[in-house]
Write a protein that binds this ligand. Structure first.
Ligand SMILES: Nc1nc2c(c(=O)[nH]1)N[C@H]1C(S)=C(S)[C@@H](COP(=O)(O)O)O[C@H]1N2
Ligand SMILES: [Mo]
Length: 209
């Protein structure tokens, strides 16, 4: 038994979490599991060969080796994630470098911004997002999950994390953020999935409002 009487919880005013139902977008169910969804084989890039690039619309780029990337300030993010195949997982915990931080560092190296981004992964997977959806504290390149290095099947060593959009936007094994003047459909987006993918508006497929 706990050595704290149950009344102390209320007494200390512990914040009541939002009810699970309110945290599930339309059509989603909660799962305690962490399903693996990969369109192809899991790449295994050795850390000595891994690097991360932010490429500007004019071709200028900023690049970090694994050690340089690891030296950037990291944030801890606790968030819910929502897959278009209808599972949602609540309170997932990640650690990573914010895209804000990467873009600020890239800007200092002469990389100009642009209104759209394409995330490009080892293995060729891509996904497109408006710049506004990866800035302002909304997206990270995550390197840990649940306190441990990100497992290869979940995108390790590093994956994009954009939790406010369907999880296909969170590109596993991400290696590059490409800034673009024009939007360009990524892998699933060009195969009939919604271009934006807001789970709260249930934007699963092209043609959904
Ligand atoms: N590179 C890459 N990233 C990807 C995918 C993929 O097939 N390849 N699948 C996407 C989809 S559809 C989902 S739901 C999530 C699944 O992440 P998980 O396998 O860690 O659950 O990764 C997304 N990122
Ligand atoms: Mo997905």
């Amino acid at each position: 038994m706990s050595d704290q009487p149950f009344i102390s919880r209320g007494f200390h005013g512990r914040r009541r979490p939002r009810a699970t139902a309110e945290r599930l977008p339309p059509g989603q169910y909660e799962t305690p599991d962490f399903p693996v969804l990969s369109a192809g084989p899991t790449p295994h890039t050795p850390l000595e060969l891994w690097d991360f690039t932010v490429r500007g619309p004019g071709g200028a780029e900023a690049r970090w080796t694994w050690d340089e990337f690891a030296a950037l300030p990291h944030e801890t993010v606790t968030t819910d994630i929502h897959c278009v195949t209808k599972w949602s997982k609540l309170d997932t915990v990640w650690e990573g470098v914010s895209i804000d931080m990467l873009l600020a560092e890239a800007a200092a190296r002469g990389v100009a911004e642009a209104p759209f981004v394409l995330a490009v992964s080892d293995g060729g997977y891509t996904t497109n997002l408006p710049l506004a959806d990866v800035t302002g504290g909304k997206a990270w390149v995550a390197v840990t999950y649940d306190g441990a290095p990100l497992a290869p099947e979940h995108g390790g060593p590093a994956r994009l994390l954009v939790p406010h959009l369907y999880f296909w936007k969170s590109a596993k094994w991400v290696r590059e953020i490409r800034l673009m003047e024009r939007d360009e459909a990524g892998f699933w987006e060009s195969l009939g999935y919604h271009n934006y993918g807001d789970p709260w508006r249930e934007q699963r497929y092209a043609g959904d409002p």
